[in-house]
Design a protein around this ligand. Structure first.
Ligand SMILES: Cc1cc2nc3c(=O)[nH]c(=O)nc-3n(C[C@H](O)[C@H](O)[C@H](O)COP(=O)(O)OP(=O)(O)OC[C@H]3O[C@@H](n4cnc5c(N)ncnc54)[C@H](O)[C@@H]3O)c2cc1C
Length: 324
């Protein structure tokens, strides 16, 4: 099959890495994203007049290839001062952060790509003219030579309906929610004066991270990620109630009630993917021109999502060279 145009569904790290590689090979790439901005679980959210990282707080690079790529994309090393939530086990960690905000990474990869935000794809279906995409109102988004599904597994399962095996594979993945509270303060609480990252030893708070300590950030902004257990137990709780409980837990850590200047609560329904068995890091069906990549196929992490996109594009290019 000859491929010129590729539609990518999802503008997280997997979708945008696939877009970067396919664009470099001369394909016309169109990315469809249901949200207002790029990044997916590496998105940033507006809080007052600044942006705060809403999802993944810091990227670990296990391989030199991924680390080099992060440096090329302008990511910087961050060395947060860490402790448990009981202020024990002090240490300094190292990890990568996009600058000036998490979503900068995927935004940068969107250069030269047609990006359609606030567009939820509902159907991906092969027919005689190629792969047809429809949005959630039933409107056609056009035909493409190939389509890459780069969404979390539960959303991918629906979009991969045309290929039974792919749908089944996505359905085997379980996911875990995480409630997150962004807190903007007028000044730094005294008890947190020499700490950027608290984690471990609390049934409610999974991580408490000072976003403002990352390179290129401003203000006094904190991100509280609830534990997966608490988030699961409170999955359907009212957001206002969750915000109250999480704010109470933050106040207990700092030892006094805070009056945040801004606050924002968000539920990540599919925060972490627990991949099924198997070592197929990407899915590609050359006959229909439909493929899939994402963290749920490779390790459930940012680096895994990146590797999955690399694998998918290698398979797309290999099937093209068979035709040539
Ligand atoms: C709170 C939190 C903390 C985390 N911490 C870490 C960590 O410390 N280390 C780590 O490695 N990873 C962490 N992760 C996980 C990491 O962020 C993800 O593994 C990675 O970002 C997944 O990338 P992705 O491109 O596969 O999917 P996503 O980032 O989820 O991107 C998928 C995109 O598809 C879009 N989409 C979905 N359905 C549709 C549709 N029908 N039409 C159009 N668009 C659609 C979504 O809006 C989204 O933008 C964390 C995640 C969260 C939420």
């Amino acid at each position: 099959m000859r491929i010129n145009s590729v539609a990518i569904i999802g503008s997280g790290i997997a979708g945008m890495r696939a877009a970067q590689l396919l664009k470099a090979e001369g394909y016309a790439v169109s990315v469809f994203e249901k949200s207002r901005g790029t990044g997916g679980r590496m998105a940033s959210a507006v809080l007052g007049d600044v942006s705060v990282d809403l999802g993944c707080a810091m990227i670990d690079a296990a391989t030199p290839e991924f680390e080099h790529w992060l440096i090329e994309q302008g990511a910087q090393l961050w060395h947060p001062r860490c402790a448990t939530l009981a202020f024990g086990d002090r240490s300094v960690r190292s990890g990568w952060v996009p600058v000036p905000r998490s979503s900068s990474l995927t935004r940068r990869l969107a250069d030269g790509v047609e990006l359609r935000t606030e567009t939820r794809v509902a159907v991906v279906w092969p027919d005689r003219e190629g792969v047809l995409l429809r949005d959630d109102k039933g409107e056609s988004l056009g035909h493409f030579d190939a389509a890459v599904v780069a969404t979390p597994a539960p959303q991918a399962a629906i979009l991969l309906d045309a290929i039974h095996r792919f749908r089944q594979k996505a359905e085997q993945v379980s996911t875990v929610p995480v409630w997150t509270l962004l807190i903007s303060l007028a000044s730094r609480p005294a008890r947190l004066s020499d700490i950027d990252w608290l984690e471990g030893g609390d049934p409610l708070i999974g991580k408490l991270v000072r976003d403002s300590s990352k390179p290129g950030r401003e203000g006094e902004n904190w991100v509280l990620q609830a534990t997966e257990e608490w988030s699961l137990a409170n999955q359907d709780q009212e957001p206002s109630r969750v915000a109250l409980e999480l704010q109470g837990a933050f106040d207990a850590v700092v030892g006094e009630a805070q009056e945040p200047m801004q606050q924002r609560v968000h539920r990540w329904l599919y925060a972490r993917a627990v991949p099924g068995s198997g070592r197929e890091f990407a899915l590609w069906d050359a006959q229909s021109g439909i493929g899939a990549c994402g963290d749920w196929l490779c390790g459930g992490s940012v680096e895994g999502a990146w590797r999955s996109a690399n694998e998918l594009v290698a398979r797309i290019l290999a099937s093209r060279s068979k035709v040539a």
